[in-house]
Ligand binder design. Sequence first.
Ligand code: FES
Length: 405
Amino acid sequence: MSDKNNTYTERELEAMSNDELARLGTELDDVTVAYRKERFPVANDPAEKRAATLLNVWLTIAIVSGLAFLAVYLFWPWHYKGHGDEGLWMYTFYTPLLGLTAGLCIVSLGIYLVQFQKKFIPEEISVQRRHDGPSDEVDRRTITALLNDSWQTSTLGRRKAMQGLLGVGAVVAGLVIIAPLGGMIKNPWKRREMDYHGDGTLWTSGWTLHEKGVKLYLGRDTGAVAEEHTSDTGTHMTTQGISRLVRVRPEDLAAGGMETVFPLAEEDVNDGDKYDKKRDVYEHHMHSIHGPRNAVMLIRLRSQDAARVIEREGQEDFHYGDYYAYSKICTHIGCPTSLYEAQTNRILCPCHQSQFDALHYGKPVFGPAARALPQLPITVDEEGYLVAEDNFAEPVGPAFWERES
Ligand code: FES
């Protein structure tokens, strides 16, 4: 900063007008104003009024489109509709309308800002030399004066209508940005009809269907996908007759092996003696696979290891012979504990390296997880398939505020 700073007392600075302080600030900052021209030097210029009106129109468009975005986001029917469903027409417009209204809001605000700069801020070319070090009192005062000067020369201070519209526009623009975040807020207590995803609450899963009297097989994922089918009407993809989940028998798993299984309701079985190539259960199977708390590790211990198992109190009969079924959802923060090491009988979660002991009711033995993996009670039905004997005795996955176990 220039040495001239020290030549002004506080009293002198107090006595200066805003214009004088602004000019002083320019000098002290070694700023040379090479060129400056007011946009409308003559008062009450009709062109100035036209420019202000045009800018107000852009602000109004921004506000209206912002409000339209909020209205579409909050009230337009957004639930997925497939072909042939009632309301498909309305649903089809949901995303385009969101994009159109949000885009129009942002673009018109942008046009307003650019036009405001071009129409009302004086044209100016200034050159400044840079200085190091902190700002002095005189600099702080003069910069405030310069900002005041900018406010006055921008003419915004006397344009009440534009100020109001700007205020409303800023609020609406803020809402346009914030409102979509509301979609991430869910009501954890809101229950819906029980299905493969549980009833919507954290303490249920597809296995909770057992409590509703549904017979649940342990379903192995075959990885089958839609196939091409040719008929009179041409070639198309179909999932008819494709069974993504199939029932598992104990002999399907070798000793020391692990298989990921999902709940498979009796009415969705389409394999073995129940296979019907005309049935299409694919979508139901995919719902089970995608259920966030459904994945279970079915482990067949080696006989010598099974002899050393320590059962959890009250869960002594949850296993079937050498077969143990543990939830695959890590009790730390919910990653899939997908690695089973038969030599050590450790189950490893790859996210933060928690380890669980398969011989000790899935108890954590290393890493950040603090709770055992819930064990699913299993047995074999009269046809020889592995089935769930009951629901999990405790919620699956990480801790949450209402959890008691
Ligand atoms: S989620 Fe499994 S250790 Fe963190």
